[in-house]
Design a binder for this molecule. Structure first.
Ligand code: SF4
Length: 430
């Protein structure tokens, strides 16, 4: 079945794979039945010392080498399946990455993941040049199991119980996107405006405001947005409260808990030990004083006070403005900011989580700066932080729980998101 693939209308975004192998080394690749048949047909089982794939719960995934990394990854960074049988013979998930596909009405919405360094650094060709490839993969994914593309009969909600029609959703996304790409305002202001729009929509009673009336309301809000944002900026901004900081750190911790295949396969006892250690690290991290506990593999050291003291030079803030504008638009236009692409959350919750994700990127970029022994953030720190945050956004179970949603709602309704966004140094006015 060939459904049209809708690519984000992002002329400023490019992508091509340049073979850094990060995805091969770090991700767990889930297999379809067709992938398994293909691997068996290629005869790997007889030629490898390790099984090519293993069971993980009810799923089957590509095996990893004892030291980590895909079992098919060679020492010189090549994929053995690709080398022997060509790119099309690789498992579907490998060919799809870093794109995501979700059902949207009678079409498929394609998004782009920013845990791929090529997407972050904007390297390669226009997204539209990948349309044919994605259309083929969407058909293959549909054949493998239509539910893998999300539920067609579940359009996104604006708030709990207020479902959007496709036309309303389209207008809402268009309204927010035109605000986000307004180059006349620095990102810090556009984020405040986005926050204002979310708050207004979550407070309004919109059960009976539908179709054209809803679109008219959006148009009015869009006209009012610059003045409302300026008004918000003119008001004194208190620093984030200690509760804001704690809730932010809970979110950061959940973003950083990337589960490797080795961790997912550990024995019951090892799993228990890991959970105990995780709980202890989470507690210390949420407390936010003294040394930062182990958070991201390969990084250690630094105290919370040092992280808070890091500076973000003006030149870096300008680069961050471009990077995060691209990222926020990619999430919004790629269908991963709310709805099927983000735990089925309503738009106001998903967009609040997106603002919170920016604050997580800010803190993590500072943390990476400190672990490198520097006092000033470099754009590479932000690239890395964005990769960590986006890897788990919409995928990690902890970030999609009821508790996580309550956290986001609390921060949004009590002004915590505004305080945190205002204090995020990487998006300060350049
Ligand atoms: S992380 Fe991105 S650039 Fe690197 S190998 Fe994977 S798809 Fe290619």
């Amino acid at each position: 079945m060939n459904l049209p693939v809708l690519l984000p209308d992002l002329k400023s975004q490019q992508w091509d794979c340049y073979g850094c192998t990060r995805c091969c080394r770090e991700l767990v690749v889930h297999l379809t039945q067709r992938d398994i048949d293909e691997i068996e047909r290629q005869g790997w089982r007889q030629r490898m010392s390790e099984p090519p794939y293993i069971r993980l719960g009810r799923e089957r995934v590509l095996n990893h080498q004892p030291g980590g990394g895909c079992v098919f990854l060679t020492e010189d960074g090549r994929c053995r399946i690709h080398a022997e049988f060509g790119a099309e013979a690789k498992p579907l998930a490998c060919r799809l990455y870093p794109f995501t596909l979700h059902r949207e009405g009678d079409a498929i919405r394609a998004g782009l993941r920013f845990d791929c360094p090529s997407a972050v650094s904007n390297s390669g060709s226009a997204l539209t040049s990948h349309r044919k490839h994605l259309t083929r993969l969407a058909a293959e994914l549909h054949d493998a199991g239509p539910s893998l593309l999300g539920d067609r009969a579940a359009p996104a909600c604006l708030t709990d119980g207020r479902q959007l029609t496709n036309a309303e959703q389209h207008s809402f996304i268009r309204c927010l996107d035109s605000w986000l790409r307004d180059a006349n305002r620095p990102l810090s202001q556009r984020l405040l405006g986005m926050y204002h729009l979310i708050c207004t929509l979550s407070r309004a009673k919109l059960q009976k405001v539908r179709d054209e009336e809803f679109v008219e309301l959006l148009d009015l809000l869009a006209i009012d947005l610059p003045a409302a944002t300026d008004e918000l900026r003119a008001q004194a901004a208190p620093p984030p409260s200690s509760r804001d900081g704690k809730l932010l750190r809970m979110n950061i911790f959940a973003h950083c808990e990337h589960v490797t295949l080795a961790q997912a396969r550990r024995s019951f006892l090892a799993g228990l030990t890991y959970r105990f250690d995780q709980l202890s690290r989470a507690r210390r991290f949420v407390r936010g004083v003294g040394p930062v506990p182990k958070l991201v593999a390969g990084f250690h050291g630094g105290t919370f006070a040092e992280v808070a003291r890091t500076a973000c030079p003006i030149g870096v803030r300008r680069q961050v403005d471009e990077l995060l504008t691209r990222y926020l638009r990619a999430r919004l236009l790629g269908g991963t900011a709310f709805g099927a692409g983000y735990y089925g959350w309503a738009a106001v919750d998903g967009l609040s989580a997106l603002l919170l994700a920016v604050c997580c990127v800010d803190w993590l970029a500072r943390y990476f700066t400190v672990t490198e022994g520097r006092a000033a953030i470099m754009i590479e720190d932000v690239h890395h932080a964005l990769g960590v945050v986006d890897r788990t956004a919409g995928r990690a179970r902890e970030l999609g729980t009821r508790a996580a949603r309550l956290r986001v709602r609390y921060l949004a309704s009590e002004g915590g998101i505004e305080r945190l966004v205002r204090s995020a140094g990487i998006v300060g006015e350049a």
